[in-house]
Every structure is written in C-alpha cells, then in structure tokens.
Design a protein around this ligand. Structure first.
Ligand code: F6P
Ligand code: MN
Length: 330
C-alpha cells in the first residue's frame, strides 16, 4: 500500500472529533511546501550558487550564510498571503514580521529557525528548518501585534516540527497528539508518512554534547558526563558513546529515532547564558521529544513551562531519554 500523504493525514486529523482547524492545516501545508523549496536549494549546493556567507551578521551576532537568508525569505513569502497568520518571527530577524495590510490575517503565530546548523551546509552535512506555531492572544485580532504577543510558554504550542535535509528530506511533525514522520518523495514532490506515532527508544547509552565547552559547564553536568566517559570502569559499569553533529536538528532526530540524550547546558560564558534559542529551537524540539515519550528541561525547569522574557532568549537544553535527562540536572 502507498504510504499516506501529508495532505491526507492532515485532512483526516481535521475530521476527527477534536478537529485540526482548517487554518492550521493550511499553515502546516504551507510550511511543508516551503521546506520542499529549501530542500531543493540546499541539494543544488555549489551548482545553485547558494553556498557561503553573506558577510552580514544576524541579530544573534552570527555570520549569515546565503542559505539562512534565502530560506528565511522563502518562509516569509510562502506564509504571508494565505490568511492563516497574524505574524511571524524568525531567528534571522531582529523583530517580528507582521502580515502586510494588503493580505487577510489569521489567528496563528509562526516562529522558525530557517536553517538550523547552517555551518554544516558548506560541508554537506545535515541541516534543517525548525518551526513552532502559537495562537495569537485572545482579543488581539484587529490590532497591531507586538513581540509581547509571542512571549508565551512552549506548552501553548499548537504545532511544532522540523524538516531535516540529509540523505533523505524528512518532515517531523506534531500537532499536539503524537509525532509523525514524512519523507519527501522527490520525483512526485509529495510528503509521505513513513513512521509514527514515534516513541523514542529508552535506555540507549548515547550522549550528544560539545565537549570543547567542558570547562564552562555547570559542575553537575561535568560530573554527569565524566561518569559516562568512565563508562564500564566507573560507577555506572556501562560504556557510553558520544555523537555530536553540531546541527541540533540532526542530533535531535537521531535521538527521536534511536534514543539517547542531547545536552547544551547554559554555561559560564557571559554569566551563565546559553547557546540555543527558546522560541525557535528549544520549545519546538521539547514538544516533539515529550510527545515521543522523552523529556526536556533547562537543567532545572521543564522547557515547555518557561515563560519567555524576550523573543530571542537563549536557554540551556537537556533533552531525550527520560532517565538520563533526570540524572543530568544542575
Ligand atoms: O543553531 C545553533 C546550533 O547550530 C545548533 O544547531 C547546534 O546544536 C549548535 O548550535 C552547535 O553548537 P556548537 O557550535 O557549540 O557545536
Ligand atoms: Mn539553529
């Protein structure tokens, strides 16, 4: 039997009792379509003249790759006119993007990291697009939206997901009830369901962390990793493996499918700040991981319960295996 398409999955979800709203369905289809275009641009590589840097920096002070900007524009253009959104926010833009007045407005807010792990693009490793969907606050219809309207905890996300551009292009999606995997059939241009509802395997002894930051970790995390490196010769009496691709999408995807733990703790640089962004990375990944039976915290608190103070806020991220994330607390 032919695997069902993303469109069919969404329409069937719309028909269920706790129906998926039609506007949200349209939004997800639009994001998925934009991801197809991004996938195409990435796969052309040097032939498409899309590789390399622009010589500019984004709001986070990171070098912008050409594809960061191309993917950002693609997502904005695709989502502006459909009437399903009130506003958008992106890791690559200083402030929010309101829907221009010439278009109808909807009730959703879309947040995205257009290309996650973009330092990997030029060396042909997996990168991805991460997205998160919130509802605009009650009573905001008809007035101009502000950044404040986006500052909602991750437990209010109505959908989240990522596309991963690797050996295959996949879309991993949750609309709040399970996590589903769709594979892009490139010839036909259609997303087909290839797995789901995903349940991440528990008990896999694999950790993902940037070891070079060791001296900046909180002592409890340094201790947690130290024990795992000691492996069979230490108190755990079991060996562990380490994997780090420096592309959050790729590391989280491996953990969703194979198990293990991902750690990017808040560290001692600039007074305990962190690397990953709450709204564009931590929240959507935390929702996916929890929906697949894992856990996600910032060292102390559940990520999805954090009340954001600013749009580009950074946060420590420890996610994956239930037991392992429980041990890795600060
Ligand atoms: O978007 C930030 C990011 O590139 C993530 O995709 C990745 O997990 C992390 O940063 C890599 O950090 P580092 O450069 O410290 O390895
Ligand atoms: Mn990123």
């Amino acid at each position: 039997m032919q695997a069902i398409s993303l469109s069919r999955f969404l329409i069937e979800q719309q028909r269920l009792k706790e129906a998926l709203p039609a506007e949200l369905r349209l939004l997800i289809e639009t994001v998925a379509r934009a991801c197809k275009t991004i996938s195409h641009a990435i796969s052309k590589g040097a032939l498409g003249e899309v590789l390399g840097s622009l010589g500019s920096e984004n709001v986070q002070g990171e070098v912008q790759k050409k594809l960061d900007v191309i993917a950002n524009e693609l997502l904005l253009d695709a989502n502006e006119w459909g009437g399903h959104l009130a506003a958008m926010a992106s890791e690559e833009m200083e402030t929010i993007h309101r829907i221009p007045n010439r278009y109808p407005k909807g009730e959703y807010l879309l947040l995205f990291d257009p290309i996650d792990g973009s330092s990997n693009i030029d060396v042909a490793l997996s990168v991805g697009t991460i997205f998160s969907v919130l509802k605009a606050p009650e009573g905001s219809a008809g007035r101009e939206l502000t950044e404040q309207d986006f500052l909602q905890p991750g437990n209010r996300q109505v959908a989240a997901g990522y596309a991963i551009y690797g050996p295959q292009t996949l879309l991993i999606l949750t609309i709040g009830a399970g996590v589903y995997e769709f594979t892009l059939d490139r010839e036909v241009g259609s997303w087909r369901m290839t797995d789901g509802p995903l349940q991440m395997p528990q008990g896999n002894r694999e950790f993902a962390i940037n070891m070079a930051r060791r001296r900046q970790w909180p002592p409890a995390i340094a201790n947690y990793i130290e024990e795992r490196i000691l492996g069979a010769e230490g108190p755990l009496r079991k060996d562990y493996n380490m994997r780090w691709t420096a592309s959050m999408v790729a590391d989280v995807h491996r953990i969703l499918k194979r198990g293990g733990i991902f750690l990017y703790p808040a560290d001692a640089r600039s007074g305990g700040s962190a690397r990953l962004r709450l709204m564009y990375e931590a929240n959507p990944m935390a929702l996916l991981i929890e929906q697949a039976g894992g856990a996600a915290h910032d060292g102390e608190q559940r990520i999805l319960d954090i009340i954001p103070a600013t749009l580009h806020q950074r946060v420590g991220v420890i996610l994956g295996d239930q037991r392992e994330t429980d041990f890795a607390r600060t």
